[in-house]
Write a protein that binds this ligand. Structure first.
Ligand code: OAD
Length: 231
């Protein structure tokens, strides 16, 4: 049975109340990416970076999964083949909707990471400057999120899945951040049918064979229903 690989971005969580990055009024219009999402920014002003992620963690803690997250969880349960879910999002709304096996390529707000020994542990709701690593005791704790200039997580696994995909969908992502923006090409090279599901056409829309536009809470459940009818 067909193997489905799905990439999600901030747009899927927008209707759960979590802001996107590049839309009007998005996170990158209020914060300089260089200050809050790079290792250099963290070295320069860790308090600012912790404030940024503490605020996002607090917001994510009360957000609820929406109909799009729920539809993808349903697809994972009901599809007779594999459904691989890759997200650029650092919230846990896919898991909250019941999804299994989510590959968080940009990390997760729920995690803390030691900048010295790479140990991971559960983040407290509010991380402080000099958060002590429970393994090596160095005060080098940081959010377990991938910053610009760092290598995203799970890349070998992701490329292995893309190389065997029969269907690839990108949902709620602007296609402006690599390597995720190139996944459609990898999947197409492997022979997959490719679909973009987004509010508006992304900057890489010509790379896709099929498109569906509109709010994720409307488009994704319909797409999933259409897929499940093909079984
Ligand atoms: P962006 O903010 O770049 O793009 C969000 C996309 O979601 C846009 O294409 C919007 O049109 C779309 N969108 C907005 N509301 C939507 C809705 N209700 N339904 C469907 N689509 C909607 O976010 P990402 O592409 O996820 O990385 O950004 C990728 C990465 O850039 C993030 O993971 C983050 C950021 O910098 C790091 O911080 C490393």
């Amino acid at each position: 049975m067909k193997k489905i690989v799905i990439l999600t971005g901030a747009g899927i969580s927008a209707e759960s109340g979590l802001g996107t990055f590049r839309d009007e009024g998005g996170l990158w219009s209020h914060h300089r990416l260089e200050d809050v999402a790079t290792p250099e920014g963290f070295a320069r002003d860790p308090a600012l970076v912790h404030r940024f992620y503490n605020a996002r963690r607090e917001q994510a803690a009360t957000a609820l999964p929406n109909a799009a997250h729920q539809a993808l969880a349903r697809l994972q349960t009901s599809w007779p083949g594999e459904v691989i879910l890759i997200t650029q999002n650092v919230d846990s709304l896919h898991e909250a909707a019941g999804a299994q096996m989510v590959l968080h390529m940009h990390g997760n707000l729920a995690g803390a990471l030691c900048g010295v020994c790479d140990h991971r542990w559960t983040s407290p709701p509010q991380m402080q400057v000099g958060e002590t690593c429970p393994r090596c005791s160095v005060p080098a704790g940081r959010p377990d999120v991938v910053w610009f200039g760092e290598i995203p997580y799970h890349m070998d696994t992701i490329y292995a899945h893309l190389s065997k995909a029969d269907l690839f969908a990108a949902i709620g992502t602007s296609g402006q951040v690599y390597p995720a923006a190139a996944f459609v090409q990898q999947a197409a090279f492997a022979g997959a049918h490719t679909v973009e599901i987004n509010l508006d056409p992304s900057s890489i829309v010509p790379d896709f064979e099929e498109t569906r536009f509109g709010p994720a809470t409307q488009t994704v459940p319909v797409w999933v229903k259409d897929l499940l009818q093909t079984i």
